[in-house]
Design a binder for this molecule. Sequence first.
Ligand code: NAD
Length: 378
Amino acid sequence: MAEEDLRVLFVGSGAVNFGGAEGPWDHSKRLETLGGVKIVAIADPILSKAEEVLRAKLEGPHAHMYKDCIAVKSYLDAISLTKPNVAFIGVPPVYHGAMDPPHDIELQCVKAGLHLFIEKPVSVVAPEKFIPYMEAVERIAEESKLIVSVGYMFRYHPAIEKMQSLIKQHGRPLVHVNARYLSCATALSHPVWWDKEKSGGPIVEQATHFCDLLRYFGGDALSSSIRAVAVGPSDTPTSPGYLSSVPEVIHEDSIPMERRVPRLTTAHWFYSSGGVGCLTHGVTLQGRKYEAAIDVWADGLRLSLEDPYFPGCKLRARIGNTDKEEVYHFPDADPYLNEDEVFLRAVRNGDKTLVRSSYRDAAHTYQLSWDIRKASEA
Ligand SMILES: NC(=O)c1ccc[n+]([C@@H]2O[C@H](COP(=O)([O-])OP(=O)(O)OC[C@H]3O[C@@H](n4cnc5c(N)ncnc54)[C@H](O)[C@@H]3O)[C@@H](O)[C@H]2O)c1
């Protein structure tokens, strides 16, 4: 498959595949930068959205990559009409990642022989229902030599790579990994996000990126050790769970209280290594810029990463018997570009070992996020 163009199907014509106001994601833009692919179909049940996106692309500087592309309602029709060999699945979790049609998008795609890039979170059903589904998808992918990659893009961030190499060089086991993710209530304009039944809730849907990094650095958590508490939603202005400002399109009063999202969740656990992991997620900022940070501690080592979503991202490292710290900057980091480049290279070379977040590994991150959610609700 080395030189020929890959034939890409986008499942979902929303923000993660085609860009949106909240953040730096946009797979189509990265594929345009990388080249070597043809976009053959954009599928979305809201056909007008897919058509609009396609129209804009055909008027843009990369029109040649879309010249044979069709906009359709059904991804199954897209597969039979355009014979893609790669799919980017970027739909809200309530629409995929489960055995019951029409939620079995991944299964239908691998049955049709497509390599898959799947956005997080991988599902919204409980892990005990998701895992047999993941196994079924993986079995077919394995038999048909298909690549399946999940969109945990921070694994491809140069700051995370730097942290991994500093930890390896230092050679001491980690004592603690501590992640904080604070998003902006005023910037979250997808109604689905605010309903735990549809999104899985903020740990499963959003802090999943940091659940993944907590595993990437610390290994697997001992599930029996996970403890969590949360500040729940409230309609009382004097309560800490009251949000004074959310986007106009969000009508939380139409969501039953037990399905509304917690305002803050904090969790801790033992890793099987004996170290301790800790995650705090909140939705209490206003404005648009999220704040996210992760610290890693070991005997004689402290690494602190701030703002990995943004070009101002900074890594501070204090290592060895010294009070001095080194500061690293990553102004040109584009982990979305890197994850897409690695995925396409893995497809071309038939080498799944290049992928840093397999479907099976992502299932472990999914399990951790659900364990935290359940512990916080207990
Ligand atoms: N990795 C990241 O940083 C990142 C960033 C943004 C979003 N995401 C994830 O990507 C996913 C999609 O988010 P989004 O912001 O693009 O949502 P979105 O609402 O902007 O777009 C999703 C689109 O999928 C369509 N859709 C629903 N079911 C479909 C189906 N069966 N076939 C085809 N299209 C279908 C919807 O109609 C909608 O247009 C979510 O799981 C989200 O968490 C990841």
